[in-house]
Design a protein around this ligand. Structure first.
Ligand code: 5GP
Length: 118
């Protein structure tokens, strides 16, 4: 059983144009915008426009569209930030760290943690 989708979640409002975002890409099925509390420079979120809470709720069409947008964004971030490599992840359910109840991929250039030499 899919989790109940709360239509008042903040990403639903962003998709509806009722809340602001720094948009970086949009097509018929997906939207990409800057994360408001970036874990590092170039932290972008990719969401489907359809109502889905977790990856398990996505339609095949939305899953494909999200993946294609993630590919575009990840490659563009690498180019724009002058790095090779990118980090892509997502959370499913609050117990796994999901805080916004609309499916989203996190995408940013390079690694999450910069490993320092000792
Ligand atoms: P989660 O922990 O659910 O995987 O990630 C939610 C992400 O959404 C967090 O990185 C958080 O900073 C971001 N976020 C939460 N509220 C807003 C908002 O109103 N606007 C934007 N652009 N990002 C948000």
């Amino acid at each position: 059983v899919n989790p109940i989708y709360d239509t008042n979640n903040i990403f639903a409002k962003i998709i509806a144009g009722e809340a602001p975002c720094v948009k970086v890409y949009e097509d018929d099925l997906t939207l990409a915008f800057m994360d408001i509390m970036p874990q590092k420079d170039g932290h972008v979120l990719v969401v489907p426009k359809e109502q889905a809470v977790t990856i398990y709720d996505l339609s095949a069409e939305a899953a494909q569209a999200c993946m294609l947008t993630v590919q575009k964004i990840g490659k563009a971030l690498e180019r724009a930030m002058g790095v090779t490599g990118s980090t892509i992840f997502q959370h499913n359910g609050s117990s796994a760290g999901q805080t916004v109840g609309h499916f989203h991929f996190h995408v940013f250039p390079g690694p999450l943690l910069v490993i320092k030499d000792h």
